[in-house]
Write a protein that binds this ligand. Sequence first.
Ligand code: 5AD
Ligand code: SF4
Length: 444
Amino acid sequence: MTEIVTATPKGLYLETFGCQMNVSDSEKIVSLMSELGYRRVTDPALADLILLNTCSVRAKAESKVYDYLGRLRLRKLKNSRLIIGVGGCVAQQEGERLLKRVPYLDLVFGTHTLHLLPDLVLAAQRGERRSSTDFIETETRLNLFPQAADTGELTRFVTIMQGCDNFCTYCIVPYVRGREISRRSGEILGEIREMVGRGAREITLLGQNVNSYGVKSPGELHFADLLREIAAMAGIERLRFTTSHPRDISPELIACFADLPKLCGHLHLPAQSGSDAILDRMNRGYSRTEYLATVAALRRARPALAVTGDIIVGFPGESEVDFQETLSLLDEVRYVDLFSFVYSERPETAAAGFPDHLSRGVKQQRLERLQLRQREITQEICHGLVGTVQRVLLEGVSRRGDQLTGRTDANRIVNVAGDPGLIGQVVDVVISSSHPNSLLGELL
Ligand code: 5AD
Ligand code: SF4
């Protein structure tokens, strides 16, 4: 009789910081490490390998990583065989320096070198400390896009492009994610087809600037064509994408909102500021008037379009008048939700060298004024939904466990009483009340 020897799987504890791109890279990390015999655990005490997938978009995100690493020191002291690694944007930015700064760190991998992680872990098992953060700007990178894991979930994210060539003057992304590159459309369509085959009903296309998909690749589909191809697939109920650069919203893309019912009525369209002077110094490539004209054209194509945005307050040199223009932009656009941030100085970026950095107090006070105004607008819009019928994709059981939960076409969370057998279906729901972060409804 042959004896089957199964090695006990090793524990991988993975902490993901930052954006959806990192979440998607983390899926890839889990599948790569499973090939080395690591299985994901939810308790760091059970881990043989702890990996942090990090974000450096603002200084706060970066310092969280160092705090976290600080807390891991004791674990390493107690268990010298524990391997600790850092990847993602902080790793890309710091590289080798991280190994010097954190003596108990074993390995560092960058945003282009996920595929080298197994080698780095094997080296760490032999006691070697390594960092690998080179950018890959060749064709090879096309083969390194994260592939989705076989999770069979209803809502899935698909990376279609990576990197950014825009160099907004505040932003570290071009330095830590590298040049823009679009994945082959054939692969994207193939992956989506497989996901739909395994039960996915909603697909969100991901990239730093999805609107410029294919522009740099001769013969490749452009973004609007890609959307049309995906919307034509049987089995897909809903299609979303993020993030968009306002300058790159083409007439063809606007037409998609008119023509494709599966394309959800929600667009995340970061303005960053409502002041022309600031937009110019941010190198955003559009004026306030152009931004508003784009929103108006989108709403002509899709009248109920829900717009969300990002705003940075306290950019160097932002005057009270500039800030007032941002406040009034909120009133004109009427964002259903807004992600707002205090300007954070980032290494290598052009704005770090600009004059007239504002005090922390002024920046914080502006952020609070902006958020107060936005809360009112969000509430007004959500109260306005009470009594309306919304199409909701039921995604699961609510956190409290007594209701079903899903999202409207415009991406608002809705809780509703109903049979769990309905999960996975798109149902009509009458909205009965609105709460700060969700809506309550009844099945029609
Ligand atoms: N400071 C503050 N916010 C920033 N963002 C990007 N860089 C910075 C920075 N240096 C914000 C932008 C972007 C979002 C992802 O993060 O609003 O759209
Ligand atoms: Fe950063 Fe601007 Fe690129 Fe967005 S478009 S990732 S803000 S540089």
